[in-house]
Design a protein around this ligand. Structure first.
Ligand code: 4NP
Length: 149
């Protein structure tokens, strides 16, 4: 049974905290966290423009703080969900010997007949500046993941 899920992106200030917050709204019984493969923003709250876009949808992310992914996360969580292929590669490179924890792309859960069918990553809004688009896609992925738990 999946009871704990870690969402991972690069900085842990845009995509993965949003995924954590959206998923918590859908499945409050789960043990959820997020992390970044990079540690530059460790200790910081989610990026201001990302928080503002989330807040406009009733999602409060102000209490979250960024942290860096560590190999210990492989044993701490039942499932690790990456936002893009680069995140997934960086996570897999740290897998401890013998560990079998599944690492999946968030977009892998999307239904093939939905509005985001064919998406293979959650694009990074740090670069695209499309914070609402990120929320739309994260919400669709989170609903799809919840339906598969
Ligand atoms: P995230 O976005 O991976 O969705 O949190 C980023 C935030 C910051 C940086 C890169 C991506 N950065 O290079 O500082």
């Amino acid at each position: 049974m999946t009871t704990s899920i870690l969402f991972v992106c690069l900085g842990n200030i845009c995509r993965s905290p949003t995924a954590e917050a959206v998923m918590r709204g859908l499945a409050p019984q789960l043990d959820l966290d997020s992390a970044g493969t990079g540690g530059w923003h460790a200790g910081e709250p989610p990026y201001g423009p990302m928080q503002a876009a989330a807040r406009a949808r009733g999602l409060d992310m102000s209490g979250l703080r960024a942290r860096q992914f560590t190999p210990a996360d492989f044993t701490r969580f039942d499932l690790i969900v990456a936002m893009d292929g680069s995140n997934l590669q960086d996570i897999e490179a740290q897998r401890p010997a013998g560990n079998g924890t599944p690492v999946r792309l968030f977009t892998d859960y999307l239904p093939e007949d939905g509005p985001f069918a064919g998406a293979t990553e959650v694009p990074d809004p740090w670069y695209t500046r499309d914070f609402d688009g990120t929320l739309d896609l994260v919400e669709a992925c989170a609903r799809a993941l919840q339906a598969r738990l």
